[in-house]
Design a protein. Sequence first.
Lengths: 197, 207
Amino acid sequence: MIGGFMGVGTPDRLIDALVEAGTGDLTVIANDTAMPGKGIGKLISAKAVAHLITSHIGLNPETQAQMNAGTLKVDLVPQGTLVECIRAAGVGLGAVVTPTGIGTLVEEGKQVLDIDGVRYLVERPISADFALIAARQADYVGNLEYALTAQNFNPIMALAAETVIAEPDHIVPVGMIPPDAVRTPAALVDYLIERAR
Amino acid sequence: MDPKDLIARRVAQEIEPGTLVNLGIGLPSLVAGYVPADMGVYFQSENGVIGLGARPPEGMEDPDLTDAGGGFVTAVPGAAAIDSAMSFGLIRGGHIDLTVLGALQVDSAGLLANWMIPGKLVPGMGGAMDLATGAKRVLVAMQHHTRGQSKIVETCDLPLTSAKPVDMIVTELAVFTLRDTGLHLHELQDGVTLDEVRAKTEAAFTS
């Protein structure tokens, strides 16, 4: 899974490294695929992705072309459901029970629960082998702080992968980030790589 | 006046002072320009900001402060930056007073289709399903037809966005509301006749 919203809050150095290494056949879980040449769009253009789980591909014609050509499998998930299913995986919950998607194509093949007269869809947790996330700052032990709209999926994805690799703008000494500004505690973070300047 | 601006200006009249409002990308985003700054309205953008401001002047852009379309924005005093779980918690949880969405089709029962044309265009639903299902009030802002075809249809043949009907539809010709009996003509835009709206609307409606 890769953080970011239209390329904002996406770990660009990690993506560049994946493209350079010629990594392929990836399953990518991300809010969107940005645009060609930007953020996750670079992985799409490099044909590195075989399966994409996402909420929106409308601004990346390359993603749509690969999907239509049958070379990229795309599962579309409502954005709120996507983030909550990732959170569920990360916090040990067995499902997300949501009204979103009821009465639409999203409902197909899924369990529906009636709770106090309201119909809800049962959505499964979503986890990954790796979470590649961006942050504003990390300290040497791996506590993370985020910037404005570059937060998006990043703090949630940090909960839901076997290995979490964070790409902060800066790595600062322990103590520089006040405890109450830490959004992702270091215990969740396995590796740090500073963003390229 | 451009039809899109006419629609945006009319939608803006539906916004109450002191409310939290989400505007979709495209036409709906124009609505903010018609809401006076002193109304105490906060605009939420689902990528994680409450208190969306105008575009920054050139050279003053913050790469970490954008709207849901990825464009640079500013944050007004009193703004808050949040993650996607909080953002959609607010949306699904009924904390958004009003959302304004674009549409491909809306039907006589008020059901909305705005996320795919099978085999042709598949942008994905993004946040639209959560917004249409969770916002307290859902307005559709759209042009009345596309390539001569009415976008207000008897029954949507495109995939639906939500099982919950919208509350109001604003086009350059008319404003419709949803009643128990179905679609109702609420008002005509200036210079538009009832006959013209009937001729250009596929769906049946009361007036």
